[in-house]
Structures are given as C-alpha cells and as structure tokens.
Design a protein around this ligand. Structure first.
Ligand SMILES: Cc1ncc(C[n+]2csc(CCOP(=O)(O)OP(=O)(O)O)c2C)c(N)n1
Ligand SMILES: [Mg+2]
Length: 295
C-alpha cells in the first residue's frame, strides 16, 4: 500500500472504532438508566463519528465558539448516541454518561441546550431541520464560514415541516447546509410508509443536490460530506442507508429496541460483548496495518 492509502485506511479504522465506542457508551448509558432509545442511536453512530472526529470544526473547550460548525440532531430520541460522541470528543467527562436520564442530570432524555455541544433542543420530530435551516440562513446573512449539519430520521420525511424547511433552504440557496437522512426503514413500531424514490425525487425537484450512500461506510460518508462542502449553489441531502440497532445482533432491524433498553442483564452483557469484540477486531486490523508499515 502507498503511504497515502495507508493513512486513509488507518483513518477509516480510527473512525470505525470511534463509532463502535459511541455504540458501546450509548448502550451502557441506556441500560444504566433502564430507559432510552438504542435502535436509532446505534444507526447514527458512524455519522456522528465522521462528523465529530473528521469533518466538523468544533472546540470542546469553547462549545459556543462562533466559528464552529453546527450539528442539529433532529431525531432527538437518539440522544444517547449524541452524548456519547460529545463526551468522547471532550465536551464533558465520559463518566457523566452514567447520569443519562437521571433527575438533575445535564443529559436529559432528549437533547437540551444546557448540555455542552448541543445546539438545539430536539425530540419533537420534524422541527430540527427548520432550526438547522434558520442557523444556516443566519450564517449566510453574516457571511460566516461555518457549515450546518442536520441529522434527520426517515420518519421525519413523512412530516410536512421537513418539506417546508427544504423549500426555504433551496430558495435561499443554503449551500452551507447538509442534511443527513438516517434511512433505517423503521419507525417506532413498524416500517416507514414513504419510499426513498419519492423523497429523493421531491428533493431533486426542489433543486437540492441529492446523494445516496451506505450510512455505515465511513469512507463513503467522508466522501459525501466532502462533496457537499464543495457544492456552492444549493443544499445537499444525503440518504444514508442504515440498520436500526446496528452492531448488536439481536437489536438489528428489530423495532422493539426503538425505545427499549436490553431487557435483562444477560441481554445487556451480550450487547457489550458484541460491541467490544468489534472494537477488538478493529484494533487488530489497525495493528496489522501499522505493523506492516514498520520496516
Ligand atoms: C412530533 C412527534 N411525534 C411523535 C413522536 C414520538 N416518536 C418518537 S421516535 C418516533 C419515530 C421513530 O422513527 P424514526 O423517526 O424513523 O426514527 P429512527 O428510526 O431514526 O429512530 C416517534 C413517532 C415525537 N418524538 N415527535
Ligand atoms: Mg427510522
């Protein structure tokens, strides 16, 4: 492998490992609270890893730094994933995750602005995109260089507010906005009723740039986000195909785990074991590549 390729491979492994750490911490926080939403937190872990550890300019020491890129997690119920990413990035101590959903904690069930790194309170679905559009508009009016990212759920495509916000974003040529759709095909208790072709056509017709990728492929995520940043005319919407519950075998594609923690100590331990195993495999692959490089 050439030096550049090696560097890229190692970066991919680093981001994959962080995504699994996010999953691990999210499951620990949710099980400790005996409540939360594991499915949709696990499906966005790769996006969060790429955004917070590769793409976004943020300063954990100064969360309100004016020049920061902004992320709005519109699907606020995936808060455990967001908190895990923010903690790993250094916005607050990782140990604080064990206060998730406890009375008096800064880490509420749905994100609130008292948590360092959280931009917008979310949880009421389909409102986050409008907030992100407003922030992007303000950035454009100020001539500020920051980018705005909105992670929305596929369920939010069924809500009119998403389309109103999209129309506004296109009208005002908010190319500083990237929408990531966590396209996991499931909602609270069943399948999505809107199809990707329809949503994709609607966005294309509105004039947005539309992409479709594997939302667990960190390389594809990096490429898509880079491309979105190059776009100077219109907002970009990225359909990221994901699996709800990704990384824990018994949660994958199972809507029971939309809003239920592992229901027993055995199930919890199995989830942890599987996620730790993944991290071990990534470590081994990293050592293999690093070892190969050493003369
Ligand atoms: C306006 C609104 N209606 C209902 C809910 C309750 N609710 C929470 S999550 C959810 C659906 C989850 O499916 P999806 O939106 O696709 O999210 P994901 O699959 O990413 O978890 C619903 C209906 C809500 N939070 N907000
Ligand atoms: Mg969904």
């Amino acid at each position: 492998m050439q030096k550049e390729e090696l560097k890229e491979e190692l970066e991919v492994l680093r981001l994959q490992k962080i995504a699994y750490k996010i999953r691990l911490l999210a499951i620990q926080a949710i099980y400790n609270a005996r409540s939360g939403h594991p499915g949709g937190a696990l499906s966005v872990a790769d996006m969060l890893s790429v955004l917070y550890f590769h793409k976004m300019r943020v300063d954990p020491q100064n969360p309100r730094w004016e020049g920061r890129d902004r992320l709005v997690l519109s699907k606020g119920h995936a808060s455990a994933g967001l908190y895990a990413a923010l903690a790993l990035r250094g916005f607050f101590p990782v140990e604080e995750l064990m206060t998730f959903r406890k009375i008096g904690s800064r880490l509420e069930g749905h994100p609130y602005i008292t948590t360092p790194g959280v931009e917008v309170p979310t949880g009421s679905l389909a409102q986050g995109l409008s907030n992100a559009v407003g922030i992007a508009m303000a950035g454009k009016m100020d001539g500020a260089g920051f980018r705005v990212y909105a992670i929305i759920s596929d369920g939010e495509l069924e809500e009119g507010a998403t389309w109103e916000a999209s129309l506004f974003a296109k009208t005002h040529r908010l190319s500083n906005l990237t929408i990531l759709v966590d396209f996991n095909g499931l909602q609270l208790d069943g399948k999505l009723s809107i199809d990707l072709a329809g949503a994709s056509m609607a966005w294309r017709d509105l004039g947005l740039r539309v992409m479709e990728i594997d939302g667990h492929d960190v390389k594809a995520l990096v490429r898509a986000l880079d491309e979105a940043e190059q776009e100077k005319e219109v907002p970009t919407a990225i359909f990221a195909h994901t699996i709800k519950g990704k990384g824990v075998s018994y949660m994958e594609g199972n809507d029971f785990y939309h809003g239920n923690p592992p229901e027993s100590q055995e199930k919890y331990e199995l989830a942890i074991k599987e996620l730790q195993e993944k991290i071990k495999q990534i470590d081994m692959e990293t050592s293999r590549i690093e070892g190969g490089e050493t003369p």
